[in-house]
Design a protein around this ligand. Structure first.
Ligand code: C5P
Length: 248
């Protein structure tokens, strides 16, 4: 059988984390990246300060936005919140799988209830267990007695049956998720470092090529790009390395 090479448009799968405390810094970073990055992650710190108008500004520039607010509340409230986020025209949002199946289904109903002028419904990704937990904190604080990996897989499966498009996953868990839940269930992977870059607080970073080879669908690029001496060059280098990867 000839190699069935899947052509992935990696530029649209690389999401730069705008982990900046203020909009001015985020704006000047985006300017430096013009013509390179097209997808940005806005998290709680920036969104709670800059608000919906900053998202509108990114969308007006033609950029894609991952709004990472990790919704977690009763289903009816999450449905309304997801609807409000979808109205901003964002491309990807997150919920906590620990909110339960009914809550995730409600999030999906919320995003689908909005008429999208460009026709795209935001992708919904579930966060399974926060990487700040360890098995001791799960057992002692949350009274969860499964191992982290069992629990993460269980929550991933719940996310899939509740209609989520995918989950946030470390590169090292992607193969297991795909094996158990299928290739079409998407994974979004933070903790990426170019070889030789400092790992900072990431415990087991993966290189972009490693994550790509393991099957990750979207990569979140933080300090490996934002703190590089030349962020645009760092981004180009990552893109180039991913474009050589062949996936079945
Ligand atoms: O700078 P760095 O590459 O470590 O940033 C990674 C980004 O991904 C940050 O915005 C961080 O909040 C996010 N993230 C993570 N680990 C997770 C989930 C999200 O690093 N488990």
């Amino acid at each position: 059988m000839p190699d069935k090479k899947e052509k992935i448009r990696w530029r649209e799968r690389l999401i730069i984390a705008l982990d900046f405390p203020a909009t001015e810094e985020a704006r000047s970073f985006i300017e430096r990246m013009e013509g390179e990055a097209v997808f940005y992650k806005v998290g709680m710190e920036l969104f709670y300060q800059a608000g919906p108008s900053f998202i509108a500004e990114l969308k007006e520039k033609g950029l894609k936005v991952f709004l990472d607010l990790k919704l977690h509340d009763i289903p009816n409230t999450v449905k309304g919140a997801a609807r409000s986020l979808a109205r901003l025209g964002v491309d990807l949002i997150t919920v906590h799988a620990l909110g339960g199946g009914e809550m995730m289904e409600a999030a999906k109903e919320g995003v689908e209830s909005v008429h999208h002028p460009r026709g795209a419904v935001p992708l919904l990704f579930a966060v399974t267990l926060l990487t700040s937990h360890d098995e001791k904190s799960l057992r002692q604080e949350l009274k969860i007695f499964s191992s982290i990996s069992e629990m993460a897989l269980h929550l991933s499966s719940l996310a899939k049956t509740s209609g989520m498009d995918g989950i946030v996953s470390s590169a090292w868990e992607v193969e297991k998720v795909k094996k158990n839940l299928g290739k079409d269930f998407l994974t979004l992977t933070p903790g990426i470092r170019k070889v030789g870059d400092p790992s900072h607080d990431q415990k087991r970073p993966a290189s972009p090529e490693e994550a790509g080879r393991l099957g990750a669908d979207y990569l979140v690029l933080g300090r490996t790009v934002t703190k590089a001496a030349d962020p645009a060059a760092s981004f180009r280098e990552i893109l180039k390395s991913l474009e050589t990867i062949k996936r079945q």
